[in-house]
Structures are given as structure tokens and as C-alpha cells.
Write a protein that binds this ligand. Structure first.
Ligand code: SAM
Length: 372
């Protein structure tokens, strides 16, 4: 059977398993998001969820998810305590159905509680097997650490899962921001927290906006903008790419784009942050202003205030900064709902700490949420 027919039979007309990766702690928010798109979740584990479907499901979720950081295409799952078992399973994977003749590829191996614990050795072995496969088919595959085309090999309790990275760049890279300021929050974390806590009909105040991550994500949620429409995905490089299906979905989300529905107020004390925020907000109908949070008197009786406070290592602040923030909120923001991200080394006295704790750029953050 020629490759084109095999692609139609084995890839296009079959359901596949996709693993959506997310930072630990955000799995339930991701599950709720994917369920809201109308897809069933087949599994939820620490660090992600599994969804099954044909390629259109992969394309659709890649374009629409605000919360996942990557989507892996599952290739195989099997038990192995020896390299010979890996070889047997690899022989069944037809890389021709994904990779073109001159593909550069990379391999990432992780191992936990397994006999095959020597990850470098496993990596070298798999690379050799793939190169043999390439030679046999008269292809020119090249192992290349920098290639986004990555085969993920996860070994846990002597079970091996092989997957391909369908996303390439992390999905939180929306290709919207032009610049970042100090200590930005990851886009998918900001979006996940907004999806969980923010009622999008409420006015949103982002008074320490930095590069305006919260304002951008909030505006995209409010205007129902698919976060992936401005970027490419690695699956577009695969020989099995269904361009028409993908373009149909992308155009559906691109048509009727509206960046204008807002009730978002954005500000920061630093000139440089305000300039960066305004560059990043150029698509949106939002203008960041220079304001000291401690001088703000809210224009509305209630609303939603979101703050990713500067924390120790990244941005220095005065010793009593957190106490002053708490006092200001209690004094001038009565009836307002707050969502605050703060390094776990700092605490508030009266604000309510949520159970959720997440890691942003290697720093553990506590979440405070409630009504003042
Ligand atoms: C951790 S950063 C926010 C990062 C932002 N969430 C992002 O994704 O880019 C904290 C921001 O608080 C701002 N800031 C510090 N003190 C402030 C104050 N008194 N009023 C307004 N902004 C302040 C800093 O200039 C900095 O941009």
C-alpha cells in the first residue's frame, strides 16, 4: 500500500489518543475547559488529561485551548524491561505516516521506577533504530537536538509511552505579545485562573499589569477569541496534515473576530511596563495607563481585581509592601472580588488563601481569592 493510502486508512479515518499537558494543579481547569468544547476526557492524571478523537479534534483543541501547554500525539504504549522490547514496539511504529523524507528529529526520555532507568542509553538506542528505519526506506532522517519534531519516551513502572509533540512551541506562546516585562505570568496560567474565578461580565481591573498578560487573556476570553489563531503548530509539518480541515477550523475562528468588547482597566506604576503593555495591547481596544495602585479609587462599586504581585527575587519591593496592598484593598475596594498571585514566602493576614498552589517560572505561588 502506498504512503498516501496508508495515511488515509491509518491516520485520517482513525481515532487517536492525545495527551494535553498542563502545570500540576491546573488539571481540573483544563478538564472543564475541554469538556466545555464538547469533548470527552478519557483520563486525568497529575500533569494532564487524555482525549481521543480524529485529527480534527487535535486541530480544534490546539486552536482553542487557553490552558494546555502542549499536546502529545500518542504513538504506542507497551511494557518493557529490556531494550529488545522497545525495538519490537518501535518496529510497529510507521514514522513515514508522520515524517517527510528529510525530517530532523529529537528524542526526550524520562524514566521513573523502571528497569530501563539509563535514559541516555535508551535515547541512543532509539535514535539508532529510527536511523535504521530511515535508511531502509531510503529517507534522510537526521537527529537534531534543536528540532521541534520531538519523540517523547516516557518510562514509568516498566511501561513505555511513545508520543510525538504535535504543538512545537508551547501553547502559551500565542504570538500576540511583542515584548515581556519583568516576571510575567505564563499566559495559560493567567487564562486558567480567569476561567476558574472570573465572571466575564464583571469589570476587570489589572492595576499591576506588567506586560498585560491578564488583560490580554481576559480580553480574549471576553471576545471569544481562539488563542491559537495567530500561530503555527508542529502537526502542520507532518505528512499526514489535513490542511483543508485545519484551514476550515481556523477560518471559522478567524471570521467575525472582534477585539472590541471590553470592560478591562489596565495600569502599572512603571513607564517601561506601561509602554510594553500598550505595545502588547495594540490589537485590543485597551489602553494601559500609568498609575500607582495605592492612588487608585475604583470607578465602580464592584468588580474583579487581579494582581500578580512583584515578589522578592524578581522585583524588589519595600518590606511592608504586602501589608500596604492588603490595607488598600480592605479600605477602598469593598465588595470587589480579588484574585492575587503571591510568592509562597509572603502572606496576607485577612485575605483568603485558596487551596490551589502553582509554579510559575520555577517559583511557587499561592493564590488568594475572595470578596472584600
Ligand atoms: C510581577 S509583575 C506583573 C507581571 C504581569 N502579570 C505580567 O504578566 O507581565 C508586577 C508589576 O507590578 C508593578 N508595580 C509594583 N508596584 C506597583 C504599584 N505601587 N502600583 C502599580 N504597579 C506596581 C511593577 O511595575 C510590575 O510591572
Amino acid at each position: 500500500m502506498n504512503t498516501e493510502r496508508k495515511i488515509k486508512q491509518k491516520i485520517w479515518s482513525k481515532e487517536h489518543t492525545y495527551f494535553l499537558i498542563v502545570q500540576p494543579g491546573l488539571e481540573s481547569i483544563l478538564r472543564d475547559e475541554i469538556t466545555s468544547f464538547g469533548y470527552d476526557i478519557s483520563k486525568k492524571i497529575i500533569g494532564g488529561i487524555e482525549v481521543k478523537g480524529k485529527l480534527d479534534v487535535l486541530y480544534d483543541i490546539s486552536l482553542k485551548t487557553r490552558v494546555a501547554t502542549k499536546i502529545l500525539f500518542r504513538l504506542a504504549h507497551f511494557k518493557a524491561t529490556h531494550l529488545s522490547e522497545i525495538k519490537k514496539a518501535l518496529n510497529k511504529v510507521d514514522f513515514c505516516l508522520f515524517w517527510g523524507k528529510n525530517t530532523h528529529f529529537n528524542i526526550t526520555v524520562s524514566s521513573k521506577s523502571s528497569k530501563l532507568y539509563h535514559t541516555d542509553m535508551v535515547k541512543e538506542f532509539i535514535a539508532k533504530e529510527i536511523l535504521k528505519f530511515s535508511q531502509k526506506n531510503d529517507f534522510n532522517y537526521i537527529m537534531d537536538k534543536k528540532s521541534p519534531e520531538t519523540l517523547y519516551v516516557r518510562i514509568e513502572n516498566n511501561e513505555v509511552t511513545l508520543s510525538l509533540d504535535s504543538s512545537g512551541d508551547f501553547l502559551y506562546k500565542r504570538n500576540i505579545k511583542k515584548k515581556t516585562s519583568k516576571a510575567p505570568v505564563r499566559e495559560n496560567i493567567a487564562a486558567a485562573l480567569l476561567l476558574k474565578y472570573w465572571d466575564k461580565n464583571k469589570l476587570l481591573l489589572d492595576p499591576m499589569c506588567g506586560s498585560a498578560t491578564f488583560s490580554i487573556e481576559a480580553s480574549m476570553i471576553k471576545n471569544d477569541i481562539a488563542p491559537g489563531i495567530n500561530r503555527d503548530f508542529n502537526f502542520m509539518n507532518w505528512v499526514n496534515f489535513r490542511e483543508k480541515t485545519f484551514s476550515f477550523l481556523k477560518n471559522k475562528y478567524k471570521n467575525n473576530l472582534n477585539y472590541n468588547v471590553q470592560s478591562i482597566q489596565t495600569s502599572d506604576i512603571e513607564d517601561s511596563s506601561v509602554a510594553i503593555a500598550n505595545e502588547n495591547l495594540s490589537l485590543f481596544n485597551i489602553k494601559a495607563e500609568k498609575k500607582n495602585f495605592f492612588d487608585i479609587i475604583p470607578s465602580e462599586k464592584s468588580g474583579f481585581i487581579v494582581m500578580n504581585l512583584p515578589y522578592d527575587k524578581r522585583i524588589r519591593v519595600e518590606m511592608d509592601f504586602y501589608k500596604k496592598v492588603e490595607n488598600k484593598l480592605l479600605k477602598d475596594f469593598k465588595n470587589w472580588e480579588y484574585l492575587i498571585l503571591i510568592s509562597k514566602n509572603h502572606k496576607f493576614n485577612k485575605l483568603k488563601k485558596d487551596k490551589l498552589r502553582i509554579k510559575n517560572g520555577g517559583i511557587l505561588l499561592d493564590i488568594y481569592h475572595g470578596i472584600l
